[in-house]
Design a protein around this ligand. Structure first.
Ligand code: ATP
Ligand code: MG
Length: 241
């Protein structure tokens, strides 16, 4: 399978007066249709890395940060950030990436149906019956006319996944999408998502602090290693294959 993300010597710091957090990715390649887990404890930089993969946060430095989507079009993401091409980055993101946040991020004043249809609407895509079939597979097809506030936490996360997939992105990013759910519901939802992602040939990258869960799902994981450097001032976190 072709390489989708290629990252070499990517660095992102969150330093105040020389102290704080630094994220490093020496060399990582993510191939089309892989399912990957970013595993590590709280504060190790999982959300920071996902935000960079979502083109929502720029790296401080990168020898390479490329994303290949569509008709084998290679986008040099670090160069686009450098040239302040935010509109190009937003367009790539909107078209090719679906992002599920820890708390779902649904708009409370829109119904479930309107939430799910929003990404397609923003891209001027026509209505699509297959979005309804995703909603059915996710088990939320009876909730379409409700507001998100009337759903259970698990139902809300299933809506968030359905919304993230509705515009058929090549890439699904998920940031601890089931962290607020009980373990049995969490596993059930992730099993359905994994099936969907395989069927739709989507590349999935999910953050999790639940090692056991990740190993059970048989995901390729990026390992995280922590070091304290510079007289204890910098907490450095490195993600590798
Ligand atoms: N906007 C920000 N400004 C400054 N520091 C930040 C910012 N966002 C995150 N950090 C710091 O960066 C580090 C990594 O945070 P991040 O949210 O990526 O961790 P995480 O692995 O997702 O943690 P969790 O499992 O708790 O969600 C933390 O030390 C955090 O305090
Ligand atoms: Mg996080």
């Amino acid at each position: 399978m072709s390489v989708i993300y290629s990252l070499k010597n990517v660095v992102k710091s969150r330093l105040v007066d020389g102290a704080g957090f630094r994220l490093r990715i020496p060399s990582v390649e993510i191939r089309a249709q892989e399912s990957i887990a970013l595993v590590g404890h709280s504060g190790c930089g999982k959300s920071t890395l996902l935000d960079m993969l979502a083109l929502a946060l720029h790296p401080d430095a990168a020898d390479e940060f490329s994303l290949t989507v569509g008709d084998n079009e290679v986008h040099q993401i670090d160069a686009l950030w450098h040239k302040k091409k935010q509109n190009v980055l937003a367009k790539i993101r909107k078209q090719h990436i679906g992002y599920v946040l820890q708390q779902g991020g649904l708009l409370p004043y829109l119904t479930v149906r309107e939430n799910i249809d929003l990404p397609r609407m923003l891209m001027n895509l026509p209505e699509d019956d297959s979005t309804r079939s995703i909603a059915r597979v996710m088990g939320i097809h009876r909730q379409l006319d409700k507001l998100p506030g009337l759903l259970s936490a698990g139902e809300r996360q299933r809506v968030a996944f359905t919304r993230a997939l509705s515009h058929r992105p090549a890439i699904l990013l998920a940031d601890e999408p089931t962290a607020s759910l009980d373990p049995i519901t969490a596993r059930k939802i992730m099993a359905v998502v994994m099936e969907l992602v395989k069927g739709l040939k989507i590349t999935m990258i999910t953050a999790s602090h639940d090692w056991a869960h990740v190993y059970k799902m048989d995901l390729r994981s990026l390992h995280q290693q922590a070091e304290v450097l510079e007289n204890g001032n910098v907490y450095q976190s490195t993600f590798r294959d």
